[in-house]
Design a binder for this molecule. Structure first.
Ligand SMILES: Nc1ncnc2c1ncn2[C@@H]1O[C@H](COP(=O)(O)OP(=O)(O)OP(=O)(O)O)[C@@H](O)[C@H]1O
Length: 682
């Protein structure tokens, strides 16, 4: 057997995807069959083992505030009306109900995805879960209905990257790679290793979403309508997979589902039916029909029980919602939750078991942690024996639980996310090329239209060229990100909630791609048009001209990020240009003393004005020589005359540059804060 080559952390983040196939096959063999491989076997037990988590929820309510145009007031609407229940580890739970019943709302509340507006208690193994609990997020995952995956990276690359981000570098790359292969194998995706994510079918994308999250082996999985959009065979494969996930390592798997077939319904261990925000059934699938029969709803022969319960919920069988809710409240609940404190000394645990089970002669050994070595003495009743065995399972399991490996560090996250951005761009560079070529083309057109205006005393043409150039760079800088960022948000929300990375590395990785690219686009325009319009060929002027223009474009880009993050896309498309135009009029059409008092503050904070004045000063200031005059009298033959009349003869380009860059930095800080609020204050 070939010993797998470990990928060192310093190698490419995706280096494990770039193994040649023969070594990949060897790795797979080593990972799956290779019990003889000491290296992998050793680490197999260091993979984060997670505790079994029972989830109990009590009196969950969800209220939203709604603006009523008719009453001109804000009213409160309750969507979940105090629902309670319990989902146990090792169970596959279906949340069902008619459309609009509140299934997704309940799932979001239980997962901690929605926090604001939610009241009630969620208990994990009997302990109250605090909102935004980091620990909870590390042991659970939430898989949204619509799979949002980057289209232009392969399954193998996406999985490897997720493994590096989520498992950090305390685990070797070789081991992470073996986990990736194992998971893909388990989810039937190993043949898609080199397939681009965008080319996967709907069902494959869903399985890939699950594979991403299983890398950290979460104890609780929440899935919002995982079967929606799948054909019947893919549906049963998907439910069978979830069932396996629940059974393997006793995970708690909770999903919302729309009217499953009778066969699919049978696969669930537990059902939770909601109607109009109330619970109308909770319990096993087998007890559903007897319960409904007991309240007078008889399921016709050969009718799908899933369809039947929805019909009952919508009132088709004449049973009111109040009756259904009242009947559900009489259903037995297992309120007893036993919480084991793993930090208890072993002796205390033995005492605890003795007291709990009234066992007289209990001996056990955990030396090699096998259940077979647990010996019961005299057990007073068979019920206790079952319970104690289960508790021992918990103890043994708890002893095997290791702290999850720390995720990748800050700089590594920046690097990995940056690499992912570059990889996507490398595969889909059409948009970037279009942006670059447009800048070049406009540079040629502007240069041609205002050819030679840079050295003539007829400064009006050059004045318009400078204004037009700045407007172009501001618009292209702003709008490209204003419209693109809302699409990014969906991926960010999913990955951030599931603790792939923190916000700062993500934002930095975006900026590391967008800033150089926008600067390159702006430079391509400036070089062409500067040369064609025959602006002064002096090193200092050229450098200042480029720096000021690029700074203005990047500050506009920062505004674009801010607008894209804070406003819906439909509003962003016109808000972006409106703000650009509003700030552009200061300095161009209106001089400071012509500006009404009420608007003078805008004159001061307008980065457009600051950059525009700086550009004019860069071209005509610094004691520039007389301009070329083709006529008998040229009023602006001396550039200083023009600067004086424009009231910009004594400005400081450096101060203006600081203002422009300062506004850019401020906008990025505001954008990051707005993103943080969006991600953490749901
Ligand atoms: N933030 C909100 N503001 C206003 N109404 C909301 C909000 N969230 C949910 N609702 C309303 O609550 C109800 C339940 O929504 P939810 O998405 O949970 O239903 P569902 O059972 O998952 O439906 P479906 O099966 O059609 O997806 C709907 O009427 C929805 O319009």
């Amino acid at each position: 057997m070939t010993t797998p080559t470990p990928c060192s952390p310093s190698r490419s983040s995706l280096s494990c995807c770039q193994f040649d196939h023969s070594s990949q096959d060897d790795m797979r063999d080593a990972a799956i069959i290779g019990n003889n491989n000491y290296f992998l076997q050793q680490e197999k037990y260091s993979f984060p083992k997670r505790p079994e988590l029972d989830l109990t929820f009590r009196d969950i309510r969800y209220r939203v505030k709604e603006w009523s145009i008719r009453n001109f007031s804000i009213s409160e609407k309750e969507i979940l009306h105090g629902v309670s229940g319990e989902f146990k580890s090792g169970e596959l739970v279906a949340i069902m109900g008619p459309s609009g019943a509140g299934k997704s709302t309940l799932l979001n509340a239980l997962a901690g995805f929605t926090v604001s507006g939610v009241s009630g208690e969620v208990l994990i193994n009997g302990k109250i879960r605090v909102p935004h609990s980091e620990r909870w997020k590390r042991t659970s995952c939430y898989i949204q209905q619509n799979s949002i995956i980057r289209t232009y990276i392969t399954v193998g690359e996406a999985m490897t990257l997720a493994a590096h981000l989520k498992l950090g570098y305390t685990i070797s790359s070789a081991y992470k790679h073996s986990q990736v292969l194992e998971l893909l194998e388990m989810l039937g995706l190993s043949h898609c290793y080199d397939t681009l994510c965008g080319k996967l079918s709907g069902g494959q994308k869903k399985r890939l979403d699950i594979a991403f999250e299983l890398l950290t082996n979460p104890s609780v999985l929440f899935l919002d309508e995982p079967t929606t959009g799948l054909d019947s065979s893919s549906c049963s494969q998907c439910v069978a997979l979830m069932k396996r996930l629940a059974e393997l390592e006793r995970r708690t798997v909770i999903c919302t589902i729309h009217q499953p077939s009778a066969l699919l319904l049978e696969m669930f261990d537990s059902l939770y039916v909601v109607a109009n925000g109330y619970c109308i059934y909770r319990g096993s699938v087998s007890s559903l029909l007897p319960h409904l029969t007991s309240i007078g709803a008889h399921c016709p022969p050969y009718h799908n029980p899933a369809d039947f319960v929805i019909e009952v919920a919508t009132g088709e069988y004449g049973i009111s919602l109040d009756e259904l809710v009242a009947a559900a409240e009489t259903l037995p609940t297992d309120q007893k939750t036993i919480t084991l404190t793993t930090s208890l000394p072993e002796e205390s645990k033995v005492t605890f078991f003795r007291n709990f089970t009234s066992i007289t002669n209990l001996t056990y050994t955990l030396s090699n942690r096998k259940f077979s070595q647990i010996r019961f003495g005299h057990v007073t009743n068979p019920q206790s024996e079952k319970k104690i065995f289960r508790l021992f399972q918990l103890v043994v399991f708890a002893n095997r639980i290791k702290e999850p490996p720390p995720p990748a560090g800050f700089l590594t996250q920046c690097y990995l996310l940056y690499k992912r951005q570059l990889l996507s761009l490398k595969r889909d560079y059409s948009l970037l090329m279009a942006r670059l070529l447009c800048h070049l083309l406009i540079g040629v057109i502007f240069g041609y239209l205002y050819m030679g205006s840079g050295y003539r005393a007829n400064v009006l043409a050059n004045y318009v060229y400078l204004y037009g150039s700045l407007l172009l760079l501001v618009y292209t800088g702003k709008m490209a990100v204003t419209l693109a960022f809302p699409l990014e948000m969906k991926i960010l929300v999913r990955e951030h909630f599931n603790r792939w990375y923190r916000l700062a590395p993500y934002y930095i990785s975006i900026l590391l791609v967008e800033i150089p690219f926008q600067a390159a686009c702006a430079a391509s325009y400036l070089i062409v048009s500067y040369w064609l319009t025959a602006q002064p060929v002096e090193t200092n002027r050229i450098i200042f001209f480029n720096i000021v223009s690029i700074a203005a474009s990047l500050t506009a880009q920062a505004w674009g990020f801010f607008i894209g993050v804070t406003t819906p896309i439909k509003i962003a498309v016109f808000l972006g240009p409106i703000i650009a135009v509003l700030f552009s009029i200061f300095g161009f059409c209106i001089r400071y003393f012509d500006t009404p008092q009420a608007f003078r503050w805008m004159f001061h904070i307008s980065y457009f004005r600051a950059s525009f004045h700086s550009l004019i000063y860069t071209v005509y200031g610094y004691d520039r020589m007389d301009l070329l005059c083709d006529e008998f009298y040229c009023h602006y033959k001396k550039p200083s005359t023009f600067l004086k009349e424009m009231e910009i003869n004594d400005i400081s380009v450096i101060n203006n540059l600081i203002l422009v860059l300062g506004i850019g930095v401020l906008m990025h800080l505001l954008t990051a804060s707005a993103l943080w609020c969006k991600l953490n204050r749901r």
